[in-house]
Write a protein that binds this ligand. Structure first.
Ligand code: CA
Length: 223
């Protein structure tokens, strides 16, 4: 198993390299974004650990270039930045996970193993119903290859329906799973959210995918 570590802080890079070696990985270190990108494009790595703040080329630029050139190697971002928008940006650019410094190596290792286990089955993380495609890892949905602009709640709702495609999903279950509300809560929230979701997922398209079972719930399927 070969891992590429792109990290400019020598101490942190050495800590990572040592940790990986002790756990049976072969780890190479690149100390700047440019070297990291070069190694990632030319070397044969199973995984990349990528710092965001790097000299010459940021981690974001590295992953953008990688994905642009069709390299689908899993990437875990490692960074001191913990702002939510940074995390979302990393995932949107195609990172597989995001770990905030400081962290303990065992946590990183657990995440690495999860991602490597997913391995070639990664396409299972993409659900397809008709021309609707939902990427559960990268949190994005498209219809007819057009990106749907969904809020996190809308994405959660759509994923829930898609995971149970063809089944009626009750409003109670939706309320529980998406809003963490219990049975007695006002499920009107659900209806409003579904309406909004429909306006993005169904309204612009001829084939409707979200169907209502009056008084019961909703079903997502191609009819
Ligand atoms: Ca750095």
């Amino acid at each position: 198993m070969r891992v590429l570590i792109v990290e400019d802080e020598t101490k942190a890079a050495e800590y990572l390299r040592k940790g990986f070696s002790e756990n049976g990985f072969v780890a190479d270190v690149a100390g700047c974004g440019e070297d990291g990108l070069h190694l990632a494009l030319t070397g044969d790595y199973e995984l990349i650990i990528l710092d965001v703040g790097l000299p010459e080329r940021s981690g974001w630029s590295v992953i953008s270039e990688l994905r642009r050139s069709g390299k689908d190697i899993p990437v875990i971002f490692l960074t001191a930045r913990d702002a939510v928008e940074d995390r979302i940006k990393g995932l949107e650019l195609g990172a597989d996970d995001y770990l905030i410094k400081p962290f303990v190596f065992s946590e990183l290792l657990a995440r690495v193993r999860t991602i490597l286990r997913r391995g070639p089955l990664r396409q299972l993380d993409i659900l397809r119903i008709g021309d609707l495609s939902i990427d559960l890892v990268r949190h994005k949905a498209t219809r007819d290859n057009k990106r749907l602009d969904l809020t996190p709640k809308e994405f959660a709702l759509l994923s829930l329906l898609a995971r149970r495609t063809g089944e009626v999903v009750s409003r109670t279950l939706i309320a529980e799973q998406v809003w963490d509300m219990n049975f007695d809560s006002d499920t009107n929230v659900v209806d409003v959210a579904v309406r909004r979701l429909r306006s993005k997922v169904d309204d612009p398209f001829e084939t409707k995918l979200i169907h209502t079972l009056r008084g019961v719930g909703y079903v997502l399927e191609e009819r």
